[in-house]
Design a protein around this ligand. Structure first.
Ligand code: ATP
Length: 283
């Protein structure tokens, strides 16, 4: 028995940090949506009760440190499954890029094992389970458009953004979310207007959405890596309708209503960095 799962990346339409909790986590408010850039997973049942993971990547371990592996352990333990699985991951989402690649893989394992072993567990329950492993996994289990609250585990689904195109541009660096979150000084944060982002989605108003993209982590990442700020400026100058850094960076995305303009901006950004992609918004 074999199942295939896509693990799509996310971008943040807004990212706000409300406060730091006693337990060290931050309370956040993040509006996220799904884009047409995905890792691909193949899950195959094994005759013996064990977990095997294979992937080719210089940057990601294929042992217990991998979030996909941890998701499989958690799933088997929670539902007391005594069967084995081989997980093959074909990675396309860049690592430590602010696109939640690891979380997307873990979420895909939870959905995939649910199908492989025919358990019919509702997505909301899988999302709760996933949030034990990482803040973005609950969102990635749903893989739609949603606002995430708490430390990321409370998910409310939202209308998908209006149809549009996304240009992703990424400097050749990885940014650790931990390091960025560690530097947050709550009183100094500039908060995005999350309400307006929600209104733009409700009203399906593309311009309003572009005008209210916001990310409280941008100044922190920009001060650590000025090239990310320069990339954002280049995308704005190129004429993208909305531009923002995703997550803790370093990926910067631009939104464009029409493909022709998106293609022009894609070509123009290729002059600034090597990793530029033109993809569809999925929502
Ligand atoms: P985060 O906000 O968690 O930093 P990100 O999108 O910026 O998310 P990821 O690509 O998820 O970054 O990688 C973050 C870290 O998670 C890296 O150190 C990587 O080695 C580790 N990791 C564990 N499992 C995976 C996986 N399946 N794919 C990618 N990274 C993984």
């Amino acid at each position: 028995m074999l199942v295939m799962e896509k693990a799509p990346a996310k971008i943040n339409l807004s990212l706000d940090v409300l406060n730091k909790r006693e337990d060290g986590y931050h309370d956040v408010e993040m509006v996220m949506t799904t884009i047409d850039l995905a890792d691909r997973l193949e899950l195959r049942e094994l005759p013996a009760d064990k977990i095997q993971l294979s992937l080719e990547s210089r940057y990601v371990p294929s042992d217990e440190r991998n979030l996909a592996y941890q998701a499989a352990i958690l799933f088997k333990k929670t539902y007391n499954i005594k069967k084995g699985v081989h997980i093959q991951i074909d990675k396309s989402i860049p690592v430590s890029a602010g696109l939640a690649g690891g979380s997307a893989d873990a979420a895909a394992v939870l959905r995939g094992l649910n199908r492989l072993w025919g358990l019919n567990i509702p997505l909301a329950e899988l999302a709760d389970l996933g949030s034990q492993l990482g803040a973005d996994i609950a969102f990635c289990v749903h893989s739609k458009t949603a606002i995430a609250k708490g430390y990321g585990e409370c998910i409310e689904l939202l209308p998908a953004p209006p149809t549009c195109w996304v240009v992703l541009a990424r400097p050749d660096i990885g940014v650790s979310s931990y390091t960025v979150f560690d530097q947050i000084k709550i009183p100094e944060l500039q908060h995005p207007n999350t309400k307006q982002v929600l209104a733009a989605l409700e009203e399906r108003d593309f311009s309003k959405l572009c005008n209210h993209l916001g990310n409280a982590l941008e100044p922190i990442t920009f001060s650590m890596h000025p090239e990310v700020a320069r990339l954002k400026e280049a995308m704005q100058l190129a004429g993208a309708e909305g531009v923002m850094m995703s997550g803790s960076g370093p990926t910067v995305f631009g939104l464009m209503k029409h493909h022709r303009k998106a293609l022009r901006i894609y070509n123009s950004m290729r002059g600034f960095c090597k990793d530029v992609q033109l993809i569809r918004m999925l929502g």
